[in-house]
Design a protein around this ligand. Structure first.
Ligand SMILES: Cc1ncc(COP(=O)(O)O)c(C=O)c1O
Length: 477
């Protein structure tokens, strides 16, 4: 018999044992990277609402928003109850040839909430799968006769081969093969979109673009498209019959102050929307694309193609995942999550602006909407550039090394001294993300702002010294 770790034994593993298992069986370098931060050296006992409780008794305020997953906070009681009911009633997860009332109801609910004829839904597991499903339906809609797809220069759409090749940000220092015919336009620049569409014309002047994919609010860079840009995109796509896809995987379910970011603009309707993250209420790994009915019908609505993409993947529309998503969406609507995000913005936005004014030596910018903000940090002694040049591997060529180091030092201090968990994005200008769950209280926001102010008041030399010292001692652990 092989010696396997049981679930009971797993829950008793020490942090050192977990690190060793990661080193041997998961990813050794991940251990080196993550143990630079206090949270890489702790294990979590439980999590509730906006808080994480560690094994060694610390209470941590989670301001990462679960990287988009935790609008409802950790372990929302209604989400737990929905899952418990599903389990106690021994509902079925698996088969696709028995119809699922959960898939039916969830699709219905999405059609009620989204504008125009965004009526038809598909439910895979990850954001990347939703993006690739959306791209496929657009390609099929054009019968394979068009060959180009446009994405913006700062986009993030996932990490599979297809979605990764549509990601246009600075994340990709290694090129994997991807889907063919990808053209790039400049974010929020209509002229650049027109030029990209022109460039993709066939020899006889026909439009060759089957889809245009964009995040109306880019969560990795905190930039938003203007209303004029989004309306201009709609016009161009309608005139050229290009399928317009809004990727709202991160920004859905109230996060930025409207149900989806684009919905703050009345009458603006894309052809497809992708969603995931808080769609699963913080528990369920579920995503969706919701496509306009005429596009879906032309692409797949015949007996030959009905199973081509929409219902054939193993985990498509799994029982407990879809039941959970029904509850998650109902909570968003009943508890008015868009309003909660706007209330959070009313405290966070002016608070961050004030901090930026008080610490101009380190804060270069702040930006955001609703409960999703970024604070851009840089500065510190010039000697850091020299350190970067001597650093191993990719760091040597990284022009953003100093900004990243400063941001990491602030994240480390917030966690170490104030019990606040934050992260920074790897894309674009690498902001420190301030994204409380929508169940956070006003006191949590005030505590965060006060802690950030105190952290920056310590001065970069002290923050950097602490961070580098901890990083070095982590290497010896
Ligand atoms: C806008 C956007 N699109 C796509 C994805 C990919 O989602 P996943 O990581 O679930 O594949 C993400 C993930 O962060 C995202 O933010």
């Amino acid at each position: 018999m092989p010696e396997l770790i049981t679930l009971d034994e797993c829950e008793e593993l020490t942090v050192k044992q977990v690190h060793d298992l990661y080193r041997s069986y998961v990813n050794r370098s991940q251990v080196s990277l993550m143990t630079s931060f206090g949270f890489g050296r702790e294990l979590v006992e439980r999590a509730e609402g906006a808080r994480i409780y560690t094994r060694d008794g610390r209470e941590i305020l989670d301001f990462t928003g679960g990287v988009g997953v935790l609008n409802h906070g950790h372990n929302h009681p209604r989400i737990l109850a929905a899952r418990k009911r599903f389990q106690e009633l021994r509902r079925m997860e698996v088969h696709k040839t028995y119809f699922s009332p959960y898939v039916a109801a969830l699709s219905h609910n999405l059609a009620q909430l989204l504008p125009g004829d965004l009526n038809m839904s598909f439910f895979p597991n990850s954001g990347a799968e939703a993006v690739e499903g959306a791209v496929k339906v657009a390609y099929k809609y054009h019968g394979g006769r068009r060959n180009s797809i446009l994405r913006s220069d700062i986009s993030f759409h996932g990490k599979l081969l297809g979605s990764g090749s549509l990601t246009g940000g600075a994340q990709n220092h290694f090129q994997f093969p991807g889907i063919p015919g990808v053209g790039t336009f400049t974010y929020d620049d209509l002229e650049s979109v027109r030029a990209a569409v022109r460039e993709a014309r066939t020899a006889d002047g026909e439009c060759d673009v089957y889809a245009l994919l964009i995040e109306p609010f880019s969560a990795s860079t905190m930039r938003a498209c203007s209303a004029e840009f989004l309306r201009g995109l709609r016009e161009i796509c309608s005139a050229e019959n290009i399928v317009l896809i809004f990727d709202e995987i991160y920004t859905g379910w109230g996060k930025t102050g409207s149900l989806f970011y684009f919905m703050r603009y009345p009458d603006l309707v894309p052809d497809i929307v992708t969603t995931s993250k808080s769609f699963g209420g913080g528990k369920s790994s579920i995503s969706a694309y919701i496509v306009s009915e005429p596009i879906f019908r032309k692409a797949y609505d015949n007996l030959t193609d009905a199973m081509m993409h929409s219902t054939s993947t193993t985990y498509y529309g799994f029982g407990e995942e879809t039941a959970t998503a029904i509850e998650a969406v109902n909570i968003v609507v009943e508890d008015d999550y868009p309003r909660r995000a706007r209330d959070i913005e009313r405290v966070l936005a002016p608070g961050l602006q004030k901090i930026a004014k008080e610490h101009p030596d380190v804060v270069t910018d702040v930006a955001g909407a609703g409960a999703l903000h970024g604070i851009f940090l840089d500065g510190g002694p010039k000697v850091l550039d020299l350190v970067a040049r001597m650093a191993p591997g990719g760091f040597r060529n990284d022009p953003r090394f100093r900004a990243k180091l400063v941001t990491c030092a602030v994240i480390n201090e917030l966690h170490r001294e104030h019990g606040i968990y934050t992260y920074y994005t790897l894309n674009g200008r690498n902001p420190l993300v301030v994204a409380p769950p929508l169940v956070a209280e006003t006191e949590d926001l005030e505590y965060f702002l006060d802690s950030l102010d105190k952290t920056l008041a310590k001065g970069l030399p002290r923050l950097l010294t602490t961070f580098v010292r901890e990083k070095v001692s982590a290497l010896w652990r």
